[in-house]
Ligand binder design. Sequence first.
Ligand SMILES: Cc1cc2nc3c(=O)[nH]c(=O)nc-3n(C[C@H](O)[C@H](O)[C@H](O)COP(=O)(O)OP(=O)(O)OC[C@H]3O[C@@H](n4cnc5c(N)ncnc54)[C@H](O)[C@@H]3O)c2cc1C
Length: 416
Amino acid sequence: MRRVRMSAGRSINLALSSRGIYALQQAGLWERMRSIIIPMKGRMMHSVAADLTFQPYGKDEAEVINSISRAELNIALMNAAEEHGAIIHFNRRCTGYDLKTGAIRLRDEETEEVTTQEAGVVIGCDGSASSIRAEMLKLSRFNFSQQYLDYGYKELTIPAGPRGEPLLETHALHIWPRGNHMLIALPNIDGTFACILFLPFEGADSFANLTTSAQVEQFFDSRFPDAVPLMPQLAENYSANPTGSMVTIKCSPWHVEGRALLLGDAVHAIVPFFGQGINCGFEDCTSLVELIDRLGADWAHVFAEFEKERKVNTDAIADMAIENFTEMRDRVADSRFLLRKKVELALEERYPQVFVPKYAMVTFHRIPYSVALARGAVQDRMLAELCGPINRVEDLDWEKADRLIHRDLSPLEIRQ
Ligand SMILES: Cc1cc2nc3c(=O)[nH]c(=O)nc-3n(C[C@H](O)[C@H](O)[C@H](O)COP(=O)(O)OP(=O)(O)OC[C@H]3O[C@@H](n4cnc5c(N)ncnc54)[C@H](O)[C@@H]3O)c2cc1C
């Protein structure tokens, strides 16, 4: 990656937020990342008529999410790992793990030579199709579930203008929400935007029905007309880039005694609609490091505690990510939803230690995901009750809000 250009369709941007930032700060890397991120202050919604509506993510300028190129992030992490003495062996595919001896099998992708590597402790961070996890399926009483969405995604690009200038507002995540499908665009530091089209695999509006350039162009003209002039290579990008699938993976145990542990997407892949996959993976690192500091190299103990502490939280963000899919593609354009967002911010302003919107608990704080899920459900009921009778935030019944807040919510321990 540091020598060759990334192939198109594999370079999706990530939205980095508090949990990821905290881990990078702990590793002394955040300051270096600042030059490769673009803060996004809110969602910019594009209607079919090309009307724009900006909706801030948080209560103030500090509550932003950060667009970062996956390639740039990986490069910065590899450089830092090597500076600290890590040795990276490229093009070695792990093809198996021996549950009894703890040895891993590696195939050299260039020579096809297969070798076995003795390993005291293996930490498998090999993504949602983890080969270490595949081997763990052979353990007796290993629990495993994988749930694919009926939707796929495809990366597309909005190039920069003739002088390298961005052609959309830079400090926003752009969304074209259209019910059962949507287009999003995240800014890059070179003035380009990385776009992702989310669409069902099958059905009327689907990847299955968009197979020719003419179909793709016609579809975009009718659904995302203001994006079309910005995407001169739409049809070429569409046919060249792969269609990806999205999966939720849950499993347990996460470890083989003290010999192997799974981490990140390998153990808890989630769908991307809360922008939390990498943030959650980084939070795994924070938590593992804290446990190692506390318990030393007692790996069986560390791994067992790690799973106990994390699984309840990774299950929670997996569920919230699915929920957020409906919110992003359907509700962000809905006036009742916009009212609800305003009421949430008003409640947060009045009760900052007690009422924190679910999006903020997940994105701008390090409140455990399981707490965000549970409090979020209570707050959802409260918001339904408060927003039901009104059409403007000015008409909010503060007496009722006071009563509900004091009855249903206790003060929150907020970790920044
Ligand atoms: C469309 C999309 C948008 C997303 N947007 C966001 C976002 O905005 N914010 C966010 O936080 N998250 C986002 N995510 C999720 C995020 O990409 C993942 O959660 C994150 O990349 C997981 O990191 P990981 O290191 O666990 O796994 P991966 O990033 O998958 O890395 C796994 C690594 O292991 C290597 N590998 C795999 N198999 C083997 C093997 N057998 N042998 C050796 N090496 C192997 C791979 O080459 C890769 O380097 C998004 C995901 C998608 C699909």
